[in-house]
Design a protein around this ligand. Structure first.
Ligand SMILES: *Cc1c(COP(=O)(O)O)cnc(C)c1O
Length: 450
């Protein structure tokens, strides 16, 4: 019995995997990974898989990056963790200062995952208005097809029915505004036209409800879990204007798009705006350790600064500001600062675009789009099981790719070589050919989830 088989069987029995109908794994094997280096994952039998989605969008510079690894090792020798209530340490101070400098938001509050960052931003916004004598501002506006995490608070501002429908009874209903998704453009319309139309709807919603709304929460430039819906930066600059006009906070959830993914360090920078709350996680440690952060402005911080304890932000996580995770995040910022990552990525993405012209021209490929280091397109197929069939076909070809519905996306580590990108593109082309020719299998199995 192969070593792979042993681990997948034990995992199947003992591990409840995320975002998964476990019964599907009766037929589709769980992939046990023994080691990883750069863009490659290796199983216990030595088979390799190219990590085309950066392990759920967290891995910026490849697996086992020496610099991040060394930073964690160095930190381990002096301090692994200390509680952050009443105590502090060098990595958390340095990280907060550097994130403040990069974002223009002076105060950093830490959590351990993305959903917690969303919760923190929602609670802080509500509490700010309460401290300001406006406790009626307690609702949130989110966008159609938004995704902000899956805890009960974050799920209430998430609009992906697969995740939220079952739990609807648990969720506090919010307000929903149309998405500025550029694919909604009618013939003759530009992405900016779609953005302006969506802004008009937002303005109407704010006109009616601003008095009861604490904040608008958006994923800047790309709605990731919706299937990489991209939109014009004009939407963000107009939204900033509306939020100021109607005295409502703007929460930018850059958990997926932060740290260079869209071409700038933060996506909001492309619209020239600063949000009231900036949520960061995923890429913050280069995919090494769980960490999240909410950055906010001095005026918001000051509204909590008081002799009265209950006016303070009374929220905590045991691992808040973990020293090892902060050390990893500092190494990530060092790489950005010293290796000219954004310029290199722009040149690389242009080369990859040229390599994808064949894929883009396929008759079954629609709405081919790219921003920064995210490529996405829809596949015209009549297969109901497309996502899982494509995932399985790509695994077979040595690639990790997880389509969202009929949307295929590439979100590789920034360090991917031209050669490896060519491999990923060729595997995708071959998998699409195979899926187009094979008949739809009614017992198609695998994973249809994002
Ligand atoms: C992944 C993600 C989250 C949730 O982060 P978790 O660490 O998975 O809880 C929130 N918002 C966006 C935009 C995300 O992509």
């Amino acid at each position: 019995m192969s070593s792979n088989h042993t681990w997948l069987q034990r995992s199947f029995n003992a591990v409840w995997h995320p975002c998964t109908q476990m019964k599907r794994h009766e037929a589709l094997p769980i992939v046990p990974i023994a080691s990883a280096e750069g863009v490659w994952l290796t199983d216990f039998d030595g088979k390799r898989y190219l990590d085309g989605v950066s392990s759920w969008w967290v891995n910026l510079f490849g697996h086992g990056h020496p610099r991040i690894k060394q930073a964690i090792k160095n930190q381990l020798d002096s301090l692994e963790h200390v509680m952050l209530a009443g105590f502090t340490h060098r990595p958390v101070v340095e990280l907060s200062e550097r994130l403040a400098e990069a974002s223009g938001l002076a105060h950093a509050f830490y959590g351990s995952d993305g959903a917690s960052a969303t919760e923190i931003a929602l609670k802080m916004s509500f509490h700010y208005w309460r401290n300001k004598g406006l406790p009626g501002k307690k609702r949130f506006i989110s966008l159609e097809n938004s995704y902000h995490g899956e805890t009960v608070g974050a799920l209430a501002v998430t609009d992906v029915p697969l995740f939220s429908h079952t739990y609807a009874e648990l969720l506090k209903p919010g307000l929903r505004a149309p998405s500025p998704d550029a694919r909604r453009a009618l013939p003759g319309q530009s992405a900016a036209d779609v953005a302006l139309a969506a802004i008009q709807s937002m303005e109407k919603l704010l006109t009616e409800h601003a008095g009861e709304v604490a904040a608008v929460i958006v994923e800047p430039l790309v709605q990731g879990a919706a299937g990489m819906a991209m939109y014009d930066p004009l939407y963000l600059s107009e939204l900033r204007r509306l939020c100021d006009q109607f005295q409502v906070h703007l929460i930018a959830d850059e958990i997926a798009v932060g740290f260079g993914r869209t071409g700038s360090l933060f996506a909001c920078q492309q619209a020239g705006i600063t949000p009231d709350f900036l949520c960061l996680s995923k890429g913050i440690t280069g995919g090494f350790l769980p960490l999240s952060c909410v950055l906010t402005s001095s005026p918001i911080y000051q509204a909590f600064y008081h002799d009265d304890v209950s006016r303070g932000f009374l929220h905590s996580h045991s691992y808040t500001g973990n020293a090892l995770a902060c050390a990893a995040a500092l190494a990530v910022l060092d790489i950005f600062a010293e290796e000219d990552v954004l310029t290199q990525n722009a040149a690389k993405a242009a080369r990859f675009d040229a390599m994808m012209t064949g894929l883009q021209a396929r008759p079954d490929v629609r709405d081919f789009r790219r921003i920064g280091m995210i490529w996405a397109f829809e596949v015209a197929t009549c297969r109901a099981d497309f996502a899982q069939a494509c995932f399985a076909a790509m695994l077979h070809r040595g690639c990790l790719l997880r389509p969202i519905g009929n949307t295929i996306y590439f979100m590789p580590p920034y360090t991917i070589s031209d050669e490896d990108m060519a491999f990923l593109i060729a595997a995708t082309t071959a998998a699409l050919d195979e899926l187009a020719h094979a008949s739809n299998s009614p017992d198609g199995h695998g994973i249809a989830l994002p």
